[in-house]
Write a protein that binds this ligand. Structure first.
Ligand SMILES: Cc1cc2nc3c(=O)[nH]c(=O)nc-3n(C[C@H](O)[C@H](O)[C@H](O)COP(=O)(O)O)c2cc1C
Length: 189
C-alpha cells in the first residue's frame, strides 16, 4: 500500500515533526510505502487557486498531486488549534479534491493537553467526508505529545505503539476494502 502522511503545522519548533515521524514508523512497520507531505518543506502558500484549475501548476503542486493521487490512503496528522485543525492542514487539503476520492484516512491527532486533539480529529472527519476520503472510525489521539513522544518519533515506554495496533488494523482493513472496490468501479464515473 502507498500511504501519504499529511502534516499540518508550520509553527517554529512544532511538535508536528515528531508526530509525523511517529506516523511514518507506524506505517513502515506495516510494510507500506510512505510519502510525507509537509507544507513547510513545500513552502505551500495560502490557497489562490485549486490544483485542478491551475493552467501551469508550479512543480511543487504537481509533486503533491502525484503523491496524493498514487496513495491508497492517508494518515492526517492534526494538532488541535482552538478546538479545530491547524490552518496549514486545511490549506493543504483545500488545494486538491479528486486525489482523495474513495480512499481511507486515518487521523492521528495531538495536543499539549490531556485530550490529545480529539476535537480537531472530529472536525477533520467532517472535512474528510466532503473530500470523499473515508475517515476510519477510530482515531489515535496523542495526549501531551511533548511528553509522550521522543524526538526520534518513538513513544515513551512504547505506549502509543501499543495503542496504535487496533487503529492500524482498522486502517488496513479499510485500505484493502476500498482498494478492492475502487478496482471494480468508482461511483458516478
Ligand atoms: C493557536 C493555537 C491554538 C491551540 N488550541 C488548543 C486547543 O484548543 N486545545 C488544546 O488541547 N491545545 C491547543 N493548543 C496547543 C497545541 O495543541 C500544542 O501547542 C501542539 O503542540 C501544537 O502542535 P504543533 O506544535 O505541531 O504546532 C493550541 C496551540 C496553538 C498554537
Amino acid at each position: 500500500m502507498n500511504i501519504a502522511i499529511l502534516l499540518g503545522s508550520v509553527r517554529n519548533n512544532r511538535e508536528g515533526n515528531k508526530v509525523g515521524k511517529f506516523a511514518k514508523k507506524l506505517a513502515e512497520g506495516r510494510g507500506w510505502e510512505v510519502e510525507i507531505v509537509d507544507p513547510v518543506e513545500y513552502e505551500l502558500p495560502m490557497l489562490e487557486q485549486v490544483y485542478k484549475q491551475m493552467k501551469t501548476p508550479d512543480e511543487k503542486f504537481v509533486k503533491i498531486h502525484n503523491i496524493l493521487n498514487n496513495a491508497d490512503g492517508f494518515i492526517m496528522v492534526a494538532a488541535e488549534y482552538n478546538h479545530s485543525i491547524p490552518p496549514a492542514l486545511k490549506n493543504l487539503l483545500d488545494h486538491y479534491h479528486q486525489e482523495y476520492y474513495y480512499k481511507p484516512t486515518a487521523i492521528i491527532s495531538y495536543s499539549s493537553g490531556p485530550f490529545g486533539g480529539i476535537r480537531a480529529a472530529e472536525q477533520l472527519k467532517l472535512i474528510c467526508s466532503e473530500l470523499r476520503t473515508i475517515p476510519i472510525p477510530i482515531s489515535l489521539p496523542i495526549s501531551k505529545s511533548h511528553e509522550s513522544l521522543n524526538d526520534d518519533g518513538t513513544s515513551v515506554n512504547g505506549d502509543y505503539e501499543r495503542r496504535a495496533e487496533k487503529f492500524l488494523n482498522e486502517f488496513q482493513w479499510y485500505l484493502e476494502a476500498l482498494k478492492n472496490q475502487r478496482e471494480k468501479r468508482i461511483p458516478n464515473n
